[in-house]
Design a protein around this ligand. Structure first.
Ligand code: PRP
Ligand code: ZN
Length: 297
């Protein structure tokens, strides 16, 4: 294979992961010459290019060395690892990316009796994930027929070609529309950054390290909120106890009001209305929750 010196990332051409994945890469300082209709996007600035493909093809593109990285659902990555032929390059999940959350679940017709996986004994289960389903059935000691379908899995029970399904669930809308009910979760999935288990040893490896550092910063900041509030010194202790996780808050004096302090706290995640109301009850006033755009400690 021809040597490459630019890092190449594979991602879904059009689908649920496309927009958030592009947004994430952009936040990491990557920009691409726009040719979204094309398969290949040349990276400007940094030596990182994009390959836009079908999500199911991403793991094998990495395993073959055509791409160094991939943004893909954990479900697709794990299924590939379980079903790839012996001798295939091992892949690794480098980072969970926090979007595209869904789960791989068993679902059965509304009216079917189901109390435990044992009820699947001898049944036919339709799925696009034979590897993950097979591993789960084996762990549960259940023998069932696994019918592999490329798509439209959810209609198999109504057509009478399967008794149950194993498919992705996000909102649950597809299940409801097909009179199915979710019974077991096999895998909690989200978009992940996938790569070969052995990173490239040349300059692509250095670029990969740089990209991971930026990514960690972006992910950390994306979840962070800056909480500002004012309170009297006497109320500080109970307020600080109520603050969502994060580093120690910063306290600033308020000019002309020696009893008052301005508190600034970096919170690790979302701050809910309920949390704000509790903190207010403890004596806080003038509260603001701000998103954090960039952070350099
Ligand atoms: C997935 C899955 C379900 C649906 C679940 O299909 O196969 O059909 O999403 O989502 P919901 O719980 O929000 O209804 P997708 O749209 O990814 O298409 P595909 O099956 O053709 O890949
Ligand atoms: Zn798909």
């Amino acid at each position: 294979m021809k040597e490459r010196d630019r890092l190449r990332i594979a991602m879904q051409k059009s689908g649920r992961l496309t927009e958030p994945a592009l947004d994430l890469l952009q936040r990491c300082g990557l920009s691409f010459r726009q040719s979204r209709d094309k398969l290949f996007c040349f990276g400007e600035g940094e030596p990182v290019d994009l390959l836009l493909v079908r999500d199911d093809d991403i793991p094998s593109l990495i395993a073959q060395g055509v791409c160094d990285l991939g943004i893909v659902g954990r479900n697709v990555l794990d299924e590939f690892q379980l079903t790839a032929p012996e001798g295939t390059t091992r892949l690794a999940e480098l980072r969970p990316l926090g979007f595209g959350r869904c789960r791989l679940s068993i679902a059965v017709p509304q009216e079917m009796t189901y109390e435990s996986p044992q009820h699947l004994q001898g049944k036919r289960i339709a799925t696009s994930y034979p590897g993950l389903l097979g591993a789960w059935l084996e762990a549960k000691g259940v023998q069932a027929g696994v019918m592999t379908l490329a798509g439209s899995v959810e209609i198999a029970p109504r057509l009478g070609t399967a008794d149950a399904i194993c498919d992705l669930v996000q909102s649950g809308g597809t299940l409801v529309a097909n009179q199915l009910r979710e019974t077991d979760v096999l895998l909690e999935s989200e978009a992940v950054l996938a790569a070969s288990a052995t990173p490239p040893a040349d300059e692509r490896g250095d670029m990969l390290e740089l990209l991971l550092k930026r990514l960690d910063g972006v992910i950390q900041v994306r979840e962070s909120r800056l909480l500002l509030l004012q309170a009297s010194r006497s109320a500080l202790e109970p307020i600080i106890r109520l603050l969502p996780g994060g580093p120690q808050p910063t306290l600033l004096p308020v000019a002309g009001q020696p009893d008052q302090l301005l508190l600034q706290a970096l919170c690790a995640g979302e701050v809910s209305w309920r949390q704000l109301e509790e903190i207010k009850k403890a004596g806080a006033r003038e509260m603001f929750v701000l998103p954090v755009e960039k952070m350099l400690a």
